[in-house]
Design a protein around this ligand. Structure first.
Ligand code: SAM
Length: 391
């Protein structure tokens, strides 16, 4: 790592210069740490042929290629991604970052990360709050923070020497030349049409023993519980967003947070943390009270942001109709008592390939030879015996 000392490349935008289970938190672990072949050694064809980039670099969109779009009074980074990137959205993301910090007792991660040199990839970094804080907390880590969008006034304008902001679309091929210790994705529900492909790329670009962490709390994914709210405007709003997202092929649900989605890509030791927290001014206890107020503000601020483009894009809703629905939902939410939300954080590990000792190899090879000489053709028996020898 020391010799890597990344030079701010032309593509850079800015930058350059398991804890205890608590109330409301449920943790479960899936998958065993079974050995798998490491696959990073085999550099992909594209990486081999990609000589014009530095060892750190990834294929990037240039800032000039971004044509921001003003649509129904909100600013978007492209024609398709459903969330805006204007100041109001930046503020909302900042509040959500603070909520995560409270939920994680001031920590930034559930997955382990060594304090020494390490490489971290934060996909869809947004304004960069998480990446910047991680960079401060881990001065020996190198953090590559990517996004398809630019947040002009965000913390990414701070020049931390170990945090590198890059414009990059995670749905395109990943051309990183060195593996990561951690790949982090937060708030990316609805950003990808194929999460399986994202996980397979993350797996490929992690070091053996490296981790992935995914966190999401998308309101379109049934994460809000309002007591006695079956026929509410809120449920109409949620189901409209859900259907619109399905229709456009960028689903907003919890499927990518299932352990099976990670194990299918080869990950092991999948841990799931479900954290439930209050939304609203109803809690009494100080921590819950703070969380409740912040979550309510973030939810209200996000009503239009999370639905306006998504619903108008289907052609079934006008902007005025969406805003009208949002107003009705807002009235319901500010008076709802006992409302809660659930965030899911999933961590998983890329297995470390098991290396056999000389003794294990020697014993297994001797057995294979003996079976051959004895002309024993019971394949299953041979396999079982060799497996027992190999441990
Ligand atoms: C809801 S924000 C979350 C931002 C940040 N991760 C956080 O937790 O504050 C989602 C971010 O993902 C970015 N994004 C969406 N699609 C993306 C893609 N295909 N590749 C990279 N970033 C993407 C958006 O531009 C946006 O900044």
């Amino acid at each position: 790592m020391a010799e890597e000392n990344p030079q701010p490349a032309e593509h850079e935008l800015r930058g350059g210069s398991g804890q205890s289970v608590e109330d409301g938190e449920e943790e479960e672990e899936y998958g065993s740490d079974s050995p798998l072949e490491s696959d990073y050694d085999s550099v992909s064809e594209s990486e081999e042929s990609d000589g014009e980039h530095s060892i750190k670099s990834t294929r990037l969109l240039s800032k000039d290629t971004i044509q921001e779009i003003i649509e129904n009074g909100r600013r978007y980074c492209n024609e398709t991604y459903f969330m805006p990137n204007d100041d109001a959205e930046q503020t909302r993301l900042n509040i959500i970052h603070q909520i995560y910090l409270i939920l994680l007792d001031g920590e930034l991660l559930k997955a382990p990360l060594v304090k020494g040199p390490s490489r971290v990839l934060d996909i869809g970094t947004g304004p960069g709050d998480w990446a910047i804080e991680l960079g401060e907390q881990y001065p020996n880590a190198e953090i590559i923070a990517t996004d398809i969008s630019v947040f002009d006034a965000g913390p990414s304008t701070l020049d931390l020497p170990n945090v590198f902001f890059q414009l990059d679309d995670a749905e395109d091929e990943w051309t990183y030349h060195e593996p990561f210790d951690l790949v982090h994705l937060r708030g990316l529900s609805g950003a990808f049409s194929d999460w399986g492909a994202i996980y397979r790329r993350a797996f490929h670009h992690l070091k053996p023993g490296g981790h992935i962490e995914i966190a999401d709390a998308d309101v379109a994914a049934d994460i809000i519980n309002i007591p006695n709210s079956r026929d509410s405007y809120f449920s109409i709003w949620v189901s409209a967003m859900h259907s619109a997202a399905e229709a456009c092929g960028y689903p907003r649900n919890q499927d990518h947070l299932r352990p099976a989605a990670l194990t299918a890509a080869g990950f092991v030791n999948v841990r799931v943390y479900d954290l439930t927290f209050p939304v609203g001014i109803w809690p009494e206890e100080p921590r819950e009270k703070t969380l409740g107020k912040m979550a309510l503000i973030a939810l209200l601020e996000g009503l239009e942001a999370t639905s306006l483009r998504q619903l108008t894009a289907t052609g079934n809703w006008s902007a005025d109709a969406v805003r009208d629905l949002c107003e009705k939902v807002k009235t319901e939410l500010v008076t709802a008592h006992g409302m809660t939300a659930r965030v899911r954080i999933v961590t998983a590990k890329k297995p470390i390939p098991k290396t056999r000792t000389w003794r294990e190899r020697n014993a297994a090879d001797a057995l294979k030879d003996a079976l051959k000489r004895l002309d024993i053709h019971d394949e299953q028996l041979a396999k079982d015996m060799v497996r027992d020898m190999e441990g």
